[in-house]
Design a protein around this ligand. Sequence first.
Ligand code: S3P
Length: 450
Amino acid sequence: MTTKNSTQRPVTSSRCGPLRGEITVPGDKSMSHRSLILGGLAVGKTTVSGLLEGEDVLCTAEAMRKLGASIERCDDGTWEIHGVGVGGLQEPDTVLDMGNSGTAARLLMGVVASAPFTTFFSGDASLHKRPMRRVAVPLEEMGAQITSRSNARFPLAITGQDLIPIDYHPPVASAQVKSCIMLAALDTPGITTVTESKPTRDHTENMLSHFGVTVDVTQNDDGSRVIAVAGQQEMEGADILVPGDPSSAAFPVVAAAIHDGSDLTITNVGLNPLRDGIFETLSDMGADIQISNVRLQAGEQVGDIRVRGGMLKGVTVPPERAVSMIDEYPVLFVAAAFAHGTTTMRGLEELRVKESDRIAVMAEGLKACGVSLEEVEDGLIIHGRAVPPKGGATVNTELDHRIAMSFLVLGSGSEEPVTVDDGAVMETSFPGFTTLMNRLGAKIGPKGAS
Ligand code: S3P
């Protein structure tokens, strides 16, 4: 349980009518981290438009600055980066604070594994609980020296070495693990390969190609993928357009889907096929979702999403789809709570090691809101009754932005208001969430405000 402190800002969401309007959502978090990291490693100028200016990404910007990159926000909202070149990192003079961000932590561990100095990492209470062995093991196999708390937890220090290439088969399906190894490979002579049994989001592959690095991807007949990176290639600065984050879009999409009469359009959303499981699942549940204007932008699929509200029905979500929507389960649990019938969501072991144990924390909050469910080790089975849940609870967010936003979506449709103990955590990934939702018709505000 996270300790309470006086800076927490409780936020309440009360039942509202249909949500209507056209919006954009903040930039994709995964792509924003990668654009700062790759821009900081490239030679020459990189410009980034649409960067997510959330706390997680700002931690990455600050860390890359400490490692020698020049990173500035311009008056027009674009970001300009002058990188140090692969192999050109400088020794940071303080600890790199990764805040709440597992992605920043794991990707930057790969970045510094070949740098000829020691880098110290730390983060917030949530990050200090998260498993880092999954990246420490391959990095140590490549030759990096890592000193950590027990069980490879943060804080930790990495002393970079001349690395050797490896052929790694990650035991967990994780884009962060894959990307960590690919980034370590950039300054490693020879060819490093990662073989993933289930394809994970491929933003690192796409963006490295955009920066002029050759990445060979082989799709095997059994569905696995081999990603090969030859080290010590030139990386040239590039222009990046970051689309809206589909993981952020999922919150207003579910909020609209559960309110009869809603009609919401979100333009310019990233629709990478390895990330779009939530929209497929909501469609399976009977949501009226239309995707249009699909186009390629800097190697990534982007489009507009229109959703109209109505009654959802319970479904069994194929466990193999989990990897393409892992961050969206908390808000999918909310959709399931409003649906007619049972929704079974399994194969979600990874949800237990995110910013919080998202299965346990969601189960506790949903039960407090009157939702009937069964918690199993690898997921939740939710029994929707086709009537709004009771609500009326105060939910602990456990420093987890997606828990906070999920329960505020729940409160928008439950009989009684729902309060989250700390709305500030939403700044991690979705600055302006409350204002944007209220513009569409939601009633979200500080606890106690009328
Ligand atoms: C991310 C990968 C996913 C996801 C996280 C962002 C990334 O984590 O949950 O929010 O940007 O690579 P895992 O790779 O650990 O599944």
